[in-house]
Design a protein around this ligand. Structure first.
Ligand SMILES: Cc1cc2nc3c(=O)[nH]c(=O)nc-3n(C[C@H](O)[C@H](O)[C@H](O)COP(=O)(O)OP(=O)(O)OC[C@H]3O[C@@H](n4cnc5c(N)ncnc54)[C@H](O)[C@@H]3O)c2cc1C
Length: 390
């Protein structure tokens, strides 16, 4: 039985996690990335136990232990500082869900995944332009005219996926929101900011999140507010930190302290897409943001990309070239209910996080306190590919 040759398009969090999982399983793969170098714009990512468990299994535990920060709690405030809800994420969460909740620099996560991938199988500077079927093979064509034949193609090429474009004629929809992101060295902040706690402040039309990363040496922040400029389609732009300060003027003192200490601020327009009705068509499938981009209200984009990657690698383990399309349908059956549920939860969160002060907001705060209980998080953090572990 000959095993399928898998081509992964995109070496972001999802593509590298898939490559690492295929490598560990002994499945043949090649990764094609449009960028000439694997660099990462500095910002934080939250990793929840549902992604940390599979990352541990992929051999990342030593890097996560040394480079990430175990978050002890997530604290939600109103914009002026009023406490709203708190989730204990420390030992109780770790024992219950078998892995910690982490704050990490995205560059550290990407480097750790990159280290698990065979360098001879990673092809940089290869933007994909076309996907064609030729009998039982799929032919990829790159911007430089070179081609590659594979038995399975995985679009892990993010929000503006060229692989998705070959399957579905939809386009991203602008959400009306933008996000400021960056890192602030801890020594520029008051001592109170150093606690291993993810903090979130909610206000009318906007919110601000921050948590420690890089072994506690820096604070990552993400500040979401209505877009004040025409939406940029590019990955991100650098903006004057004064824009961030102005967008959160008059908020709780710790928000102002982080905004004022930020020196390098990147800015993204936020785009969304409708959930797909199918992930896999023949020998082509999608994962991560190419499959189900989410607005960052549940902090699950990267976590879902990791879940997709380990599920897909598991479905392809032991596959033959002939049964690869059935394995991709199995992946679709396993993942679609999960990713659709997470996408819907993220949208529901988006609807109520930016309410104006008033009675609706008071009802929202009660709901947030109920949702802060670890029991209410079991569906999210306890998920294991193929079933629910907790
Ligand atoms: C700064 C930041 C902070 C975030 N914080 C969180 C968080 O706290 N929690 C969370 O879960 N999620 C977070 N997210 C979202 C999360 O990072 C994404 O959901 C996740 O990275 C998706 O991974 P992906 O591999 O699908 O796509 P990406 O990481 O976007 O990777 C796609 C890759 O494909 C490449 N590519 C694109 N087009 C082509 C082409 N035509 N040919 C070849 N290669 C191509 C790109 O260069 C890129 O390397 C954050 C995102 C950002 C930007």
């Amino acid at each position: 039985m000959s095993s399928p040759r898998v081509a992964v398009v995109g070496a972001g969090i999802g593509g590298l996690a898939l490559a690492a999982a295929l490598d560990a399983a002994g499945t043949a793969y090649e990764v094609f990335e449009r960028a000439d170098r694997l660099t990462e714009v500095g910002a934080g990512v939250q990793l929840s136990p549902n992604a940390v468990r599979p990352l541990h299994r992929l051999g990342l535990r030593p890097t996560l232990d040394s480079r990430a920060v175990r978050l002890a709690a997530a604290q939600i405030h109103g914009w002026s500082g009023r406490p709203v809800a708190r989730t204990e994420l420390g030992a109780a969460c770790e024992v219950r869900f078998g892995a910690p909740y982490l704050g990490m620099h995205r560059a550290d996560l990407r480097d750790a995944l990159h280290a698990r991938v065979d360098p001879t199988r990673l092809h940089l500077g290869r933007p994909l332009t076309r996907v064609d079927r030729d009998g039982e093979e799929v032919v990829l064509t790159f911007a430089d005219g070179r081609t590659h034949r594979a038995d399975v193609v995985v679009g892990a090429d993010g929000l503006r996926s060229a692989v998705r474009a070959a399957l579905v004629p939809d386009t991203p929809v602008f959400s009306g929101l933008g996000v400021f992101r960056g890192l602030v060295p801890m020594d520029r902040l008051p001592a109170g900011a150093r606690a291993p706690v993810a903090r979130m402040w909610l206000g009318p039309g906007r919110h601000f999140v921050c948590y420690p990363v890089s072994g506690g040496r820096a604070l990552g922040f993400a500040a979401i507010a209505p877009l004040r400029r025409p939406p940029v389609e590019s990955w991100s732009v650098t903006v004057d930190p004064a824009e961030l300060v102005a967008a959160f003027d008059g908020w709780h003192a710790p928000v102002a302290a982080v905004a004022q200490a930020a020196r390098e601020v990147r800015y993204w327009a936020l785009w969304d897409r409708e959930p797909l009705t199918a992930l896999s068509v023949g020998r082509v499938t999608l994962l991560g943001d190419a499959a189900h981009p989410m607005l960052p209200f549940l902090a699950q984009g990267a976590n879902q990309a990791v879940e997709d990657a380990v599920e897909l690698a598991s479905c392809l383990t032991g596959a033959s070239r002939a049964d690869a399309p059935d394995r991709l349908l199995r992946y679709q059956r396993q993942r679609m209910p999960r990713t659709t549920a997470v996408q819907s939860a993220s949208r529901a969160q988006a609807r109520h996080m930016h309410l104006a002060d008033g009675p609706e907001q008071a009802a929202r705060d009660v709901a947030l306190r109920q949702a802060a209980d670890l029991d209410a998080r079991a569906w999210l953090y306890g998920y294991e590919p193929g079933g629910v572990a907790a």
